[in-house]
Design a protein around this ligand. Structure first.
Ligand SMILES: [Zn+2]
Length: 197
């Protein structure tokens, strides 16, 4: 017990995998309820607007600013509740053909949905568990990586480039250099430069 599916839908709360019968915290009806106290839920709307992350070296705002609200697509859960695939996830997608949008659901299902329905995109995965977030950037092709600013490398820019092991016999440093894009701030939409990958 905690909140029923009707209330989940009305409030945009996630449906949890474990359920139990009891009195809904919100409407008071007896029903099969999602096993998560509403006090533990994060206000997802606020997260989308205000989500920033401070990493160990003090870099701030890894998460894209979304003052401009993007459409949210809910992906239905049907997966396994482990931390990774079962983590509540917001995926900010910047696509070439479908524009910017957010996928909301659990990591495993969202990833499958994204790969099945889209191509030519980069995205930021924000995964939530017990009120804490972890996240990373991703490119639609596996051989391309997003490298965040790093104190260790004394590099304060983002780099988007192929991994060095890319290609049949690996890729030469010259080839990598020709396909390396540096950004002080990552673009907030697909850019033609990314067509090269
Ligand atoms: Zn209810």
């Amino acid at each position: 017990m905690f909140y029923c599916n009707d209330c989940a839908e009305k409030n945009g709360y996630p449906e949890t995998l474990s359920k139990s019968f009891g009195k809904c915290e919100i409407c008071g009806n007896n029903a099969s309820c999602n096993d998560c106290p509403t006090s533990k839920l994060i206000n997802y709307t606020n997260i989308i607007v205000s989500m920033t992350k401070t990493s160990e070296d003090g870099t701030v705002a890894v998460v894209p600013s979304t003052k401009k609200q993007y459409p949210i697509i809910d992906v239905k859960p049907n997966g396994i509740p482990d931390w990774y695939t079962g983590a509540f996830t917001l995926c900010f997608v910047y696509s070439k053909n479908a524009g910017n949008f957010i996928l909301r659901g659990f990591r495993g299902e969202v990833e499958k949905y994204l790969q099945k329905n889209y191509h030519h995109y980069f995205c930021y995965w924000s995964m939530w568990h017990n009120g804490q977030a972890r996240g990373h950037w991703d490119f639609w092709k596996d051989h391309v990586g997003f490298f965040e600013p790093s104190k260790a490398r004394k590099d304060w820019k983002y780099q988007v480039r192929p991994y060095t092991t890319f290609g049949e016999h690996g890729t030469t440093p010259e080839q990598i250099k020709a396909m390396t894009f540096s950004f002080k701030r990552l673009p907030k939409r697909w850019i033609p430069e990314f067509d090269v990958f």
